[in-house]
Design a binder for this molecule. Structure first.
Ligand code: ADP
Ligand code: ZN
Ligand code: ZN
Length: 803
């Protein structure tokens, strides 16, 4: 028997399966989806078993050195998905496969066999292996025939378990526990131990009364009974008590209790929306629903009740939310409803915690996975529903290989499992909305807020007028007045600023010089706490300038406004206001995000001031004012989605105000009050915004009228990069049909990063059957240069960023 193995080397030459002979003792044990160690050149490396065959075309085939998993880490579905993903996103197969498993088992792990039962239950050969030990290093297993087969059987019975130790961090936590040896259950301990062993008798009697057949953590025992470890040790050595180590998951939410949330009666609109979803779940249809519901319309409640249906069918559900809105409030709603059936996957978890959550899914201990983008790969095998909340969010696109969009994976898995998808948003992406209009997706709508509260009134303030009136503050008169009113009647406000840090860029007021990174063509950002200028792309830093390097003037200042600066101004203007600031600086510590929000929820502050992270998912009844300090910051980015993103953001922020019984108000400050993104956000009119934006997209040939693919070429040699870019553009032009447009090569918006010059070609197409084939060809054509000349070619299908 032979195994086709995808080896763990991401390169053009190794982007195929290699044949390896399956040694006698591993035959019938090795399955597709398992990881193995194989000889490769002079080294030994890891790989995934792709397929098992009876024959090989090669004459001399090396044997597999080692089997890493007793069961596959990748399901058959994942292997198929990986194949498709590699082709679709133009990446190496190994890269696609690696992206589907947690990082803890992606690295080269140390593998341990852990005993989970009493030794004497094991077959004799394994008893010998575990002689005097609870755990055995896989690498030190005896080279005996049949040993792997025995291990596999014992693993299946739960007698032993395979663990991966990546670093100590990811080691599973265990609790030392004891239980009464079944042989001694109900025994008369005074007779066995003798009357003088009073302490031991007390322990045994207490255990017989309270835990006759369960295990108890030793710590609990010593604390409750005030007994010593020594006493327990004596009982263990007499084999009256059995020692066990019980695994404890590192549960990041373990210190919180989730009260079961009441399940409200659905509103008429919610019922209308849930109906078609439930029948798709019932009849196993892979319909993609686009649920457009205004903020506060009860979308999340619809998700929850759809999942109930899935669980009733004994199936599983995945819920994706943007990283940024994976707030405790959101998690609480799912944990509150479904309790321990929920696994939560997000990037703030340590590698070990993520691995634990993933294993709960892999072992079928949970039925619901809530998480950010990569949770779309949750290894469920009976998927009944996939939900993508805030489906328009840019963070669903991975900006590194494989450059996939979670929506695309969800739809693929939906058709594999015959299950529906819900894409939910108050402001769907134009691509999704256009598909819903054409009937590719099924459109469902929630037009009103749950409590029939009106949408908040939006005031747009022209900041140019403020300046004319002599107001140089970042706060307009109206916003300040409304903040004062909130303080008086003890209501809360959120203030949103689309910037981070104390200040942004540095400019000379005398000559206009701006400080730029010497390696990347991008302005440096001023960081107040360290008094340094930093590059956000390469990490370069230098001390803050005191004089201008160009004209030696001392009038060199930082420009733009950061949250910290706004906070200072706020405390000056409204000294009585209690302010909580949330930005990257105040939330970098683990759990601080949560603590700040809880404090705000308890009413310990009047104003929540923050960046993007406060725009989503907040649901506090006392917020009645939402302020946007500078609505234009995103409007002028070199990106065709700038208007759409601005509209979405303003709508999200407005959605924070007046969600309960109190009516809300919004103040938007801007230098371009007449822009249609701002005007339509003012009237809460998604429909008319999308109509107008679609007109712009049609005229300039952007999605959803055309699809895009972006090819970026970079190299340290400016001439070489230009020449290669020319050649690639020419090759693309001759390979595609005439309807497909190839734009460029042009210099990328950021012309240089880390000393590498960057050029790009944009492909605009509607129907190009050759597309992925041709793009994959580029990757293989330039293989050699990419390996030796440090030429980088990156291919991004449906790009979200154009830098
Ligand atoms: P969305 O996700 O559309 O912004 P939510 O699901 O967060 O809306 O609902 C807004 C608020 O209304 C939440 O506080 C939620 O608990 C509440 N809610 C949702 N559905 C109902 C219902 N049918 N009856 C009463 N309250 C509801
Ligand atoms: Zn100057
Ligand atoms: Zn730089």
């Amino acid at each position: 028997m032979y195994a086709k193995v995808i080896v763990d080397v991401a390169s053009g030459q190794t982007n195929r399966a290699f044949d390896y002979r399956i040694p006698e003792e591993l035959q019938r044990l090795i399955l597709p989806g398992m990881r193995v160690i194989v000889p490769f050149g002079s080294r030994k490396i890891q790989g995934f078993v792709w397929d098992i065959t009876e024959e090989s075309d090669l004459d001399r085939v090396k044997p597999i050195s080692e089997m890493l998993d007793p069961y596959p880490v990748l399901t058959k579905e994942m292997l198929e998905l990986g194949d498709w993903l590699a082709e679709e996103t133009v990446c190496f197969l190994i890269t696609a496969l690696q992206s589907m498993i947690p990082s803890a088992i992606r690295a080269k792990p140390k593998k341990i066999l852990q005993l989970r039962t009493e030794k004497h239950y094991l077959p004799p050969a394994l008893q010998a292996v575990f002689a005097g030990k609870k755990a055995v290093d896989w690498a030190e297993l005896p080279n005996e025939k049949g040993i792997f087969s025995l291990i596999k059987q014992s693993v299946e019975k739960g007698e032993i378990e395979v663990e991966y130790l990546v670093k100590d961090k990811t080691k599973k936590k265990t609790i030392q526990s004891i239980r009464i040896n079944p042989k001694y259950q109900g025994a008369a301990f005074a007779d066995i131990l003798g009357n003088r062993a009073k302490k031991q008798i007390a322990v045994m009697e207490w255990l017989s009364d309270n835990y006759p057949d369960k295990s108890v953590p030793i710590k609990d025992l010593t604390e409750t009974l005030q007994t010593s470890k020594q006493t327990i040790q004596q009982l263990i050595s007499k084999e009256i008590l059995l020692l066990e180590s019980i695994e404890e998951y590192r549960d990041p939410y373990s210190d919180r209790s989730f009260s079961p949330a009441p399940r409200p009666e659905l509103t008429g609109q919610q019922r209308n929306v849930l109906g078609p979803v439930r029948s798709a779940i019932d009849s196993n249809q892979d319909t993609t629903f686009l649920l457009r519901g205004v903020t506060g319309s009860g979308k999340t409640e619809v998700y929850l009740q759809a999942i109930e249906k899935v669980l009733a069918k004994d199936e599983e559900a995945i819920v994706l939310v943007p990283e940024i809105s994976l707030t405790p409030q959101m998690v609480e709603r799912f944990k509150g409803r479904f309790g321990s059936k929920v696994a939560v996957l997000h990037s703030a978890l340590s590698a070990g915690e993520k691995y634990d959550e993933w294993r709960k899914i892999h072992r079928k201990e949970v039925q619901v996975a809530v998480g950010a983008r990569s949770a779309v790969f949750a290894p469920f095998e009976k998927l009944g529903l996939i939900i993508i909340d805030e489906e328009h969010e840019g963070s669903y696109k991975q900006e590194d290989h494989p450059r996939y969009h979670a929506r695309q994976i969800a739809i693929w898995r939906g058709s594999y499992h015959n299950c529906p998808i819900i894409l939910g948003s108050a402001t769907p992406s134009l691509e999704s909305y256009a598909r819903a209009k054409r009937g590719v997706y099924k459109l469902l709508e929630l037009k009103d807020r749950v409590n029939k509260t009106a949408m908040p009134e939006v005031n747009v303030i022209d900041m140019r007028e403020e300046l004319k009136k002599g107001n140089r503050s970042v706060f307009s008169e109206l916003l300040l007045q409304k903040l004062r009113e909130r303080l008086e009647c003890n209501e809360q406000a959120v203030l949103f600023l689309n910037r981070r840090g104390y200040s942004t860029f540095v400019m000379c007021r005398n000559c206009g010089y701006t400080a730029e990174c010497p390696h990347c063509e991008i302005t440096l950002t001023y960081h107040h706490t360290q008094r340094k200028l930093k590059c956000h792309y390469c990490g370069y830093e230098e001390p803050m300038l005191t004089t201008c390097p160009a004209c030696e003037s001392e009038h060199i200042r930082f420009f733009g406004t950061g949250t910290q600066k706004v906070e200072e101004e706020l405390t000056k203007l409204l000294p009585e206001a209690r302010v909580i600031r949330m930005d990257v600086d105040t939330t970098s510590k683990k759990g601080s995000h949560e603590k700040l929000l809880q404090a705000f929820g308890r009413g310990e502050a009047d104003i929540l001031l923050g960046t993007q992270m406060i725009a989503k998912g907040l649901d506090f009844p006392r917020i009645t004012l939402a302020g946007v300090l500078a609505a234009d910051t995103m409007l002028h980015l070199p990106d065709f989605r700038a208007s759409e993103r601005t509209f979405q953001l303003l709508t999200q922020v407005s959605g924070r105000a007046g969600r309960d019984k109190l009516t809300g108000e919004v103040v938007i400050q801007t230098y371009t009050p007449d822009h249609y993104s701002i005007q339509h956000a003012k009237t809460h009119n998604y429909e008319s915004f999308s109509l107008e934006e679609m007109g712009h997209r049609k005229r300039s040939g952007y999605p959803p009228y055309y699809y895009l693919a972006l090819v970026t070429i970079s190299n340290e040699d400016a001439v070489k990069v230009m020449q290669t870019a020319e050649k690639i553009a020419a090759f693309l032009r001759e390979s595609f049909s005439p309807e497909t447009k190839v734009l460029g090569p042009t210099v990328s918006p950021i012309a240089r990063i880390k000393d590498r010059y960057r050029y790009q070609c944009m492909i605009k197409y509607r129907n190009e059957p050759n597309l992925t084939y041709v793009l994959n060809q580029i990757a293989s054509r330039y293989q050699k240069e990419m390996a030796t000349d440090k030429l980088f070619i990156s291919i991004d299908m449906n790009p979200q960023m154009f830098m």
